[in-house]
Design a protein around this ligand. Structure first.
Ligand code: 2NL
Length: 352
């Protein structure tokens, strides 16, 4: 009779206690927040052990004392296991805390240095800006007209040859610009005089790479078109530029030359910075080094953009940034500019 009345006989409860122990043994101590998950499952107010305790009233009074002891054992066992889990977790937290000391100052991120060509380009641009020149940029992939045709280069000019210029094989009408005159062509397309621009940028020529030649280099070209612009303006502008760029002691000279896009044309030399004109290997014992080409804009070029050559005149010039940089910093091999050797690049760290 008693057995039938008390639904939870001792053996049923013992089975459940055993199942609970089994679950505790298999509990995954590695899971996230393991101690708390364990507490909620076994020791919490809605946990397994509390619910088993609640069943004690359904055990016959004769077995109740015995059963209470079993359940107490189970509870102590769970509490001990919980304590171990908590300690493990605290240790893991302490371990990761000592691996990262957040009070230490951060390791500095090394700042890069500006490329010498960028430094010199920025200086050139700054000087011409003070003279009222605007800066214009354009695409490196150009068409024949902007690079050659508009600049008065005849169809059979050697610069147009595949030997000298990179053409885009998928699109033979396109090429890599050989000078930034193409940018000035685009400026003249857009705007009538007065025009006063400089065009810095990368240009390409099909050359075998050596200490003195590369398949790409950097240029700054300048263009000034207005009424009454004269060769005297050209000379004075470039003289001012050289004195600002390289120092007041530098002398200049012009030698007659030829470019298809200017007439007359002249190349400009400066007195050698290394030997101050006395003669050395840099100036090949002449005392002078060439730094740029220049001239009065050819009337044909003006006409190509519907600029009246009887009303307007202009001067233009072009210089290689590599060349100016070489003179300024005594760099003896063009390849150094593009090899990305930090031992070379870091030497310009102090210059802004
Ligand atoms: C050189 C020579 C030069 C020009 C570039 C130019 C541009 C226009 C019209 C006429 Cl839009 N000329 N540019 C003129 C003379 C010389 O460059 O040796 N460059 C590295």
């Amino acid at each position: 009779m008693e057995d039938a009345f008390y639904l939870y006989r001792m053996d049923v409860l013992l089975e459940q206690i055993a199942a609970c122990k089994n679950e505790m043994a298999q509990f995954d101590a590695g899971q996230a927040d393991a101690a708390e998950v364990f507490r909620i499952r076994f020791l919490g107010t809605k946990g397994l052990i509390k619910s088993l305790m609640g069943e004690l009233k359904n055990v016959s009074p004769a077995d109740r004392r015995d059963m209470g002891q079993h359940l107490n054992e189970l509870k102590v066992m769970a509490e001990e296991r919980w304590e171990v889990l908590r300690q493990q977790q605290a240790q893991a937290a302490a371990g990761s805390a000592s691996a990262i000391d957040r009070t230490l100052p951060g390791s500095p991120i090394p700042a890069g240095t500006r490329h010498p060509l960028s430094l010199v380009r920025n200086e050139i641009v700054a000087i011409f800006r003070r003279l009222g020149f605007a800066v214009a940029e354009g695409p490196e992939i150009e068409d024949d007209w902007h690079n050659f045709g508009a600049m008065n280069l005849p169809e059979d000019h050697p610069a147009r040859d595949m030997q000298d210029t990179f053409y885009i094989s998928q699109q033979p009408a396109w090429l890599l610009r050989t000078h930034t005159s193409s940018v000035q062509a685009r400026v003249m397309e857009q705007q009538q005089p007065p025009i006063r621009v400089i065009c810095p940028g990368r240009v390409y020529r099909n050359e075998t790479i050596s200490a003195r030649a590369h398949c790409f280099f950097h240029q700054v070209e300048g263009l000034y078109i207005d009424e009454h612009v004269s060769f005297a303006d050209l000379k004075q502008t470039l003289y001012f530029f050289v004195q600002e760029m390289l120092g007041k002691n530098v002398k200049i000279r012009f030698r007659p030359s030829y470019f298809p896009f200017t007439e007359p044309s002249a190349e400009m030399d400066i007195s050698c910075l290394i030997c101050e004109g006395k003669g050395c290997s840099v100036c090949k014992h002449t005392g002078w080094v060439e730094i740029l080409g220049s001239g009065m804009v050819h009337p044909k070029v003006l006409e190509n953009f519907s600029i009246d050559p009887n009303k307007y005149t202009g001067f233009a010039f072009g210089m290689g940034i590599e060349r100016i940089t070489q003179l300024k910093y005594q760099i003896n091999d063009l390849r150094l500019y593009s090899q990305n050797d930090v031992r070379f690049l870091q030497q310009f760290g102090g210059v802004v």
